[in-house]
Design a binder for this molecule. Structure first.
Ligand code: PMP
Length: 394
């Protein structure tokens, strides 16, 4: 049987990680994989996470199975964090999932079950795992324009024009904030226009929110998601706790299905639990428990929010410093968009050849589409990177 297997294409970002590790140069710079790193290059365990784990360790008396949907307290806490009071709680069905990826996978499984011929519309570009999972599940997909290479901003006219082609019952996948890979995001007004377009088409939004708190702040980053949930009869929301709680390997996420009423939410809840059962039975619990502990304890929550703010402001400072240095070196505003982008990523708009020169000649590792992880920098490496970019881009 196994001889029938074919070599699977390597994940480009993980392959880049390997190449970086194998590079003997001391002054190499890793701007690849999407993990937050502090100025010393570490991905720390957040203080509140450590304390929550200590409390769980000392008080937990069983590791028997939880519910198929995970602990209800986790769902409640996360719904509060993501949706605030945008929709009544009884309209929201939710299941814990292994990370944001698990939430996206379960959302797509739900769509496939309910509407097998629905086309899933993806931003061009998007996180490569979106099309990859959709293709694996054999679901139809299409792209809407999103990024304007010339300005480094959102091609909003193109996006709206493409959304006019969406059919009733199709699904439109939107990034809740901190768009990956571009870093370019919708304004509040553009969210409203997007909602109007999706409603007019009779489509269902699927929101992927993986970086809440990394852009403009916890509340501000949820503005679009809350507006969608408040305005639409139905939507799906996949939330990840990997980045904002720094618990990447704990695999912690939540899938929410906002239904038109409580009765449909109940059926959706049963379906989500069923889907968990088919795929992995009970979702991971440890990370979810840590998140619940933090969100429901006033002191832990305050400490988490303040550390997350430090993380966010560190990235904003690096964005500004890189944009300023590039402005000085290129004597132009070509790279000013880096300071306007939000989240961990920016797409620089360099060619694959230029990205290759940066790697070979300068030891700078970024994804082939010229996406950089801004958190891979610090105040010392900003000028080094700016100089290298200015050189290859001139
Ligand atoms: N969505 C997007 C856009 C992401 O960038 C990521 C992480 N790279 C995820 C979802 C899911 O992350 P995880 O499964 O690690 O929670």
């Amino acid at each position: 049987m196994l001889e029938a297997l074919k070599e699977q294409p390597a994940d480009k970002i993980l392959a880049l990680m390997g190449a970086y590790r194998a590079d003997p140069r001391d002054d190499k710079i890793d701007l690849g994989v999407g993990v937050y790193k502090d100025p010393t290059g570490n991905t720390p365990v957040m203080r509140a996470v450590k304390e929550a784990e200590r409390r769980i360790w000392s008080s937990q008396e069983t590791k028997a199975y939880t519910g198929l949907a995970g602990e209800p307290a986790f769902a409640d806490a996360m719904i509060g964090l993501v949706l605030g009071d945008a929709v009544p709680r009884d309209r929201v069905a939710a299941v814990a999932t292994p990370g944001g990826t698990g939430a996206i996978r379960q959302a797509l499984e739900l769509i496939r079950l309910a509407a097998p011929s629905a086309t899933v519309w993806l931003s061009n570009p998007t996180w490569p795992n979106h099309p990859s999972i959709i293709k694996y599940l054999g679901m139809p997909s299409a792209e809407y324009r999103y990024f304007d290479e010339a300005t480094g901003g959102v091609d909003f006219d193109g996006m709206l024009a493409d959304l006019r082609g969406v059919a009733a019952g199709d699904v439109v996948l939107l990034h809740g904030c901190c768009h990956n890979p571009t870093g370019a995001n919708l304004t509040a007004d553009q969210w409203q226009q997007t909602i109007a377009a999706v409603r007019a088409a009779g489509a269902v939004p699927l929101i992927d929110i993986a970086y809440q708190g990394f852009g403009d702040g916890l509340g501000a980053d949820a503005t679009g998601t809350r507006a969608v949930a408040g305005a639409m009869e139905e939507c799906l929301i996949a939330a990840s706790c990997s980045k904002n709680f720094g618990i990447y390997r704990e695999r912690t996420g939540l899938l929410m299905a906002v239904a038109r009423d409580a009765a449909q939410a109940k059926v959706a809840q049963g379906t989500l639990a069923f889907l968990n059962r088919q795929n992995y039975s009970f979702p991971p619990d440890h990370g979810a428990r840590v998140v619940t502990e933090i969100l429901t304890d006033a002191d832990l929550r305050a400490d988490w929010e303040s550390e997350l703010e430090e993380v966010r402001n560190t990235m904003l400072g690096l964005r500004q410093a890189l944009a300023d240095e590039l402005r000085r070196l290129t004597n132009s505003d070509r790279f000013d968009f880096i300071a306007r982008h939000r989240g961990m990523f920016s797409r620089l708009g360099l060619t694959p050849e230029q990205v290759e020169v940066l790697r070979k000649d300068h030891g700078v590792y970024m994804v082939g589409d010229s996406r950089i992880n801004i958190a891979g920098l610090n105040q010392d490496t900003v000028p080094v990177l700016a100089k290298a970019i200015a050189e290859v881009a001139s």
